[in-house]
Design a protein around this ligand. Structure first.
Ligand SMILES: [Fe+2]
Ligand SMILES: [Fe+2]
Length: 395
């Protein structure tokens, strides 16, 4: 019989509901997207062109021979290019977030009494658009001024692509990824359990972001007097994102226990999603510590930086520098692997209490199987192939 008395799985007076209310109220109250919109409007590269934007160790190829041989002004440039590269990746992740926040909200809105979660996800979606605008404003101006073309960035793109902008991919893998993303979007929009599982994946990805963004944000808190606009952007963005992380955690750890236990199919899709996350986060980049890019996909970009007037290397010098930076065991490589290890430990902790996650995902087996010797072996082969295939004459 259809009655008017339908009770919600999410009880109004439950602890989970209280957590959700508090998180939403605070996120709305402290929403930093207006600050970020303002910073984007005020940004002028000339005003901060000669200063560091991040703590010094967050510089492109920090701890490699390139860093050691760079002049003071080249080091400033590498520091700024880290910001450009890092947030180019964040834009891609946030484009995907905008779409999947909405499919998850759709999946959960089919249940009685779940509006609060949907309103929270709406707020976060709107904030991501502001974040993206802010990052793009800075990145576009910097790349245009310095190189007259895009190096790390890309034109606006769809969410149905590899989230990693420098990935180990090809046409077939890109196509397959697109099919997977389309399918997950459709299925999760009609399945509350899987809608919550997007938030498990989002939680893992945000954990990775938090590891680095917390440190980037400290550059502003330690230099509030004269911190450049990009450092302020890192700071305000980090504040918004800490609420997003809370939302991911409440949905994937608390709300999930209000729902029916997963069916074998739901378990399988969930574990495939986490496995996909492990695949995405398997690689380690010596160029950008904290972003798990596949470095061979980055060689040509770095080559163009080395050949630009700011470094002025000849073709042969640039090739020697690529070899020195990517195929040797450097302090930079150790630092990047340290961040990778920290990410693995934090993901393991995050998934530990979820009983529907498989052992190989809980242990982050795939991610943990990468190592410095493996990295170097891959680079030596790939760089050799790169030198043979590329016509390296770009100015
Ligand atoms: Fe964001
Ligand atoms: Fe976010």
């Amino acid at each position: 019989m259809k009655t008017f008395k339908q009770s919600s799985l999410l009880k109004k007076d439950s602890q989970t509901n209280r957590k959700l209310e508090l998180n939403y109220r605070r996120a709305k109250h402290t929403d930093h997207s207006p600050d970020l919109d303002k910073l984007a409007e005020e940004f002028n590269y000339e005003n901060c062109r000669h200063s560091y934007w991040n703590p010094v160790e967050f510089s492109l190829l920090y701890g490699t021979p390139l860093w050691e041989q760079s002049t003071a002004s080249q080091k400033v440039l590498l520091n700024q290019l880290y910001w450009v590269a890092y947030y180019s990746q964040i834009i891609s992740a946030e484009i995907a977030t905008i779409f999947f926040n909405q499919t998850s909200a759709t999946g959960l809105y089919s249940l009685e009494g779940f509006r609060l979660i949907c309103d929270t996800l709406d707020l976060e979606t709107r904030q991501e658009r502001s974040h993206i605008n802010c990052f793009r404003t800075v990145i576009d101006e910097v790349e245009k001024t310095l190189f007259g073309k895009r190096l790390f960035s890309y034109p606006m793109r769809s969410p149905f692509r590899e989230t990693m902008i420098f990935a180990n991919t090809n046409q077939f893998k890109n196509w397959w990824k697109k099919i997977q993303l389309y399918s997950f979007g459709l299925i999760s929009a009609g399945n509350p359990f899987l809608a919550c599982q997007y938030l498990t994946v989002r939680g893992i990805r945000t954990l990775n972001g938090k590891l680095v963004q917390h440190k980037l944000s400290q550059f502003h808190t330690n230099n509030t007097e004269d911190s450049p606009i990009p450092a302020q952007i890192s700071y305000y963005h980090f504040l918004d994102e800490s609420f997003h992380f809370n939302t991911s955690t409440i949905l994937s750890h608390d709300v999930i226990s209000c729902l029916q236990p997963p069916t074998p199919f739901e378990r399988q899709i969930t574990n495939l999603g986490i496995w996909g996350c492990q695949k995405d986060h398997y690689h380690v980049s010596v160029a950008v510590n904290g972003i798990f890019w596949y470095d061979p996909a980055l060689y040509f970009t770095i080559y163009q930086v080395l050949r630009s007037p700011f470094f002025g290397l000849s073709v042969e010098e640039a090739k020697a520098m690529l070899t020195a930076c990517f195929t040797q065991e450097t302090d930079g490589l150790h630092r990047s692997f340290k961040t990778h290890d920290e990410a693995i430990a934090s993901y393991q902790l995050y998934l530990n209490s979820l009983d529907f996650i498989s052992a190989s995902n809980k242990e982050m087996k795939l991610m943990a199987s990468n190592s410095i010797p493996r990295y170097l072996k891959t680079q030596r082969k790939a760089l050799d192939r790169f030198f043979k295939q590329q016509e390296l004459t770009v100015n």
